[in-house]
Design a protein around this ligand. Sequence first.
Ligand SMILES: [Zn+2]
Length: 532
Amino acid sequence: MNVNIVKILRKISVKKYAFILIIICFIFQLIGYKFGNSGGDIVKVNIDYVTVHFDLKGSPPMLTYMMNLLPTLKNYGVNSILMEYEDMFPYEGNLANLSSEIAYTKTELTDFLLEAKKLDIEVIPLIQTFGHMEFVLKLAEFSVHRELPYNPGEICPSQPGSLELIRNMLSQVITFHNFVQPIKYIHIGCDEVYNINDCPNCIRRNLKNHQIYYKHLINVKNIVKDLSPNTKVLFWSEFNYSQKRINLKNELEDYKHELNDLEPIDWEYVGERVNSARLYRMHEVFNRVWFATAFKGADDVHGKEPDIMKRYLNHIHWLNQVLTYKPPKYNVKINGIVLTGWSRYSHFARQCELLPFSMPSLILNLLLIKLFREGINRDFLYKYNHCQIYERFIKKDFEKVYATHASHVECSFRSVSVAKLKYPNYKSCLARIEDIRTDWEIYSLTNLQDMTNTVEMCNDQLRNGIIVMEKLKPLLSEFYRKEVIDNYLNETINFYDTKVGDGIKEFIMKIMNFTFLPRRSFGPLPIIKYGD
Ligand SMILES: [Zn+2]
């Protein structure tokens, strides 16, 4: 080192070193900030509500487990829970049969609501009041209110008795909730109203489908306001009546003054179908709208755990749309996001992706929402694809919770699996059995080697099923009651186990009893009859 410089440095005190260091750090920070932000604006998704949907229909976790989840959810930015009770609410009086035999008790629910209140998490009850009323209308005593006599899905909105039934349901839920904490919002369902304006009572009104739909919404909203004047009403925006076929703004002009305090939630769970044009059309009519993604239960009715990539893309598409969204008016707002987590596709469908297996998907997407709410550089969104956004902003926090086996080919979270269970592939097994059975029925014979291979392959799956069951039972007992676990195992394993077992027994018998066949005949096939 140059002697003069050494002399100069020796003259500088330690304090001065520290001062110079601070100045240098500051300059580097400035440079880093400039590079890091590439000169772009920080943009934010400005929403008040981050709401997680607990779909309790036929797959209710124990409330103690859900209570334990609350602080975690709070930590990741959740400030409200959408409780879709279906048959898990403890209805009373003439509604007692609406409740499942294992419905939550009022004491359990009170404890849950108090815990949520303590954590400042708002609970929004969801009560179906139009479509998906199977749990009500399947019962003999309420079947008279069906829109179609053979279908328990939709209630007829044109019978006074239907509105009385809805009032009674809402009254019990609202009274219970308000006793613990006054509810700001209630959700009245109203999605997938497949059968509408079909019964003689509705047809007599001589209204269009969307008029029937919105008049019912307004009637139900008025019931809510009567029971709880300060409560606002959410509903699933129904595509058929609000987005596809009609100009909603014009069509609802006559009802405009009656739509106050109604807030639609636009839901779309497939990434590429997300389009803020629908929000725009909603905003032409409603001042506050919401949007809904799915963290589980949206890809396959047979799903065991969510396709985490699809779920991530669903969220990132929505957040990007909201970020660049320009509403039609100044005084409107996108109020919140609902992360739906479907447990069954309907009351009569089987249990799909269970909540404990879906937690990585939920946490990942909550981290993503947090990032977009806190602010992200606009340029990053143009520069980075979804995987790079994950790698750069989310991976570190996500892997603190869920260690992953990074492939570096795709986003590394793709391989996350809580249980690491390999469910048996009964579907392909049954398909092969059916193919071979058909061949046999037509030709009285099939390739015996195929049959032997299928028996072996199916036996492997049956053994696999037993292993998975043994692992699942203790694993799930932490989260679900025995009745729910048994039901899940029956739907996903035992039912197929019996079917596959019967199929291969039949094949073994056929192989064992095979003797001989006559020379090939080109006559009519044995099972096909021509005329008499
Ligand atoms: Zn009707």
